[in-house]
Design a protein. Structure first.
Length: 586
């Protein structure tokens, strides 16, 4: 094997890894984070966890990605350690799909069916379709499909290149002698582990082994321990990902490692014990790509069947390795591991932002109680909520900025932009509920009491603001454009209420029916209420922008305000929240 064949081998490996990466990214984007959401919610049953782990891994073509995602779930508290064990076992089965796809490169025969499944015959067609989709696509879905097709074609071309570059080794005595060394089970296990740990992909390392099998010099005795080692080596990605994570996340990564080591040791122990007794005839026979896929699948399925009933014991072993006392993290769902699947990370951010919205509602309700009758307990809760909202905004904002640097679909990129605006508005709303508490303190300290008429008027405005908050939260959490469309008309009505209430109170002050202190407190109160509604309108406008595919919020609103539907909603809300005709006070 001359230097140019080595270059060809390296180039084939590079194309293989690149194709796998492009195809995997396309598959993740096409899934849109939905598979991960299913994985998050439906893993309470161990068998279901195995099934979902296998399906998700088969679809995204990476057991490492699935395992890292599971470590993230455990780190954030979404998934329990017990649940994660079944999913990781399923991931081991799902990753065998790649070996079956790559085994197509070894198809022999001249029949029509044989020719149809040979990669050199169908991958050029897939590459052509992929590039057409990429060049003509106007949607993320078509672009993702194009990337999948091109990635697959590049992957298979890299596989063929590697196979061709090593084909000359079939008559090389030096290569044959080197392979004899790897028949030592321990050495073969180490080689497979180290190779996979370096390239961080068991699918890729199995692909390399399948390419080398084209030389005709790889035997079952050589391949089996290497395959066992490749299963262990793929754990390196999860082990790296758990650095700096919670103790439970580290336990999940360790559990994955234990599963692989126990499986390999158990399988090799049984296999070589039986071989010593009966001497398997096939042990020195030449292995091909198809045989490698069979062994790879059989091993992972068998190890899952054996170890799944022992998952509780594995969990105990892991907990003995890493002692109790796992940390808690309020923002655990903002896990860096989820950045590997941006669509899922966006959904986690949406969940936290929705939590912020409900914090606003609770804080607003407590603030009204506090103004009506001051409560130190409610005062503290509202101020604590305002502080927590600041933390939410900081954590979410920082995470969303990092998320925006990932390779996002246009829909996800827009969601990230909207979220950055929305969390700022939610945080501002809690600032104004805190202002309401300051108003309550001032009302208490200065012994200010509103007249019966003033209280009636304020109640009308409070009811309107309560409704606009409810509309905004429902519209945001459910991505409901119809509800969002009702927010701006109500906000216009609240603006008019604020102005009318202010004018009425000024009149009462001029007539000497209320004091200056009452006037200041009243004005501060209605101003804070109106500011809350302003930020509700900002959130609603963002929702409409997202769904209308229009980046100019002001243009969207100016067009809507002139519509008959908008005017009808304004009239309806004006009637619902009409002030009493008389401005006099009791």
């Amino acid at each position: 094997m001359d230097i140019f064949k080595v270059f060809s081998m390296c180039g084939g490996l590079a194309l293989f890894l690149y194709g796998m990466n492009v195809m995997g990214d396309g598959l993740k984007k096409l899934g849109g984070g939905k598979l991960e959401l299913i994985l998050e919610k439906l893993t309470s049953n161990r068998l279901m966890g195995v099934l979902l782990g296998a399906v998700v891994t088969a679809v995204i073509q990476s057991s490492s990605a699935t395992t890292v995602m599971v470590v993230g779930f455990v780190n954030s508290g979404i998934m329990k350690l017990t649940q994660s064990i079944g999913v990781m076992m399923g991931a081991n089965i799902g990753t065998t799909v790649t070996a079956w796809i790559l085994s197509l490169s070894g198809v022999q025969g001249d029949s029509l069916l044989a020719n149809l499944v040979k990669p050199e015959n169908f991958t050029p067609v897939l590459a052509l379709l992929g590039i057409i989709l990429l060049m003509t696509s106007k949607t993320d879905k078509r672009t993702s499909i194009g990337n999948i097709l091109i990635g697959f074609a590049v992957l298979m071309f890299g596989m063929e290149t590697m196979s061709e570059s090593v084909s000359g080794l079939k008559n090389s005595p030096a290569f044959a002698n080197m392979l004899i060394m790897f028949r030592n089970p321990v050495l073969g296990l180490l080689v497979g582990t180290i190779l996979t740990a370096i390239i961080q992909s068991s699918s890729a390392s199995v692909g390399i082994l399948q390419a080398l099998s084209a030389t005709g010099q790889i035997t079952f005795g050589t391949a089996i321990p290497i395959l066992m080692g490749q299963n262990i080596g793929t754990c390196i990605t999860a082990m790296i990902s758990c650095i700096g994570a919670s103790k439970n996340a580290k336990r999940a990564a360790i559990a994955n490692l234990y599963i692989k080591i126990i499986s390999a040791v158990l399988f090799m122990g049984v296999f070589y014990a039986i071989n010593a007794a009966i001497n398997f005839a096939f042990i020195n026979s030449t292995i091909n790509a198809f045989n490698i896929a069979v062994i790879h699948t059989a091993f992972n399925v068998a190890s899952t069947l054996v170890l799944l009933p022992c998952s509780k014991l594995i969990e105990k072993l892991v907990r003995l390795t890493i002692k109790e006392g796992a940390e808690t993290n309020a923002f655990g769902v903002l896990d860096d591991r989820f950045l590997l699947t941006p669509s899922f990370a966006v959904e986690q951010c949406m969940m936290l932002a929705t939590n912020m919205a409900y914090m606003v509602k609770e804080s607003f309700t407590l603030a009204q109680e506090c103004v009506a009758k001051y409560s130190e307990k409610n005062d503290k809760k509202i101020i604590e909520t305002e502080r927590l909202a600041d933390e939410y905004e900081d954590a979410l904002g920082e995470y969303l900025v990092r998320l925006s640097e990932q390779n996002l679909t246009s829909a996800d990129a827009k969601k990230v932009s909207i979220l950055l605006h929305a969390i700022a508005d939610f945080e501002k709303m809690t600032d104004y509920t805190a202002d309401l508490v300051f108003t309550a303190r001032e009302k208490r300290d200065k012994d200010v009491h509103f007249s019966e008429k003033a209280r009636q008027e304020i109640t009308i405005m409070v009811d309107a603001v309560s409704e606009i908050i409810d509309l905004t939260i429902s519209a945001f959490s459910n991505d409901d454009v119809q509800l969002a469309n009702q927010v701006e008309p109500l906000e216009d009505v609240i603006d008019r209420l604020r102005n009318d209430l202010k004018n009425r109170h000024i009149k009462r002050m001029q007539e000497g029916r209320c004091s200056v202190n009452q006037g200041f407190v009243f004005t501060d109160y209605i101003t804070a209420l109106e500011k809350v509604s302003d930020h509700c309108a900002n959130v609603a406008a963002a929702i409409i922008e997202l769904n209308d595919d229009n980046y100019d919020i002001h243009n969207v609103m100016s067009h809507r305000k002139s519509s008959d539907e908008y005017k009808k909603m304004c009239v309806a809300f004006s009637k619902k929240y009409a002030l009493p005709f008389s401005a006099s006070a009791d």
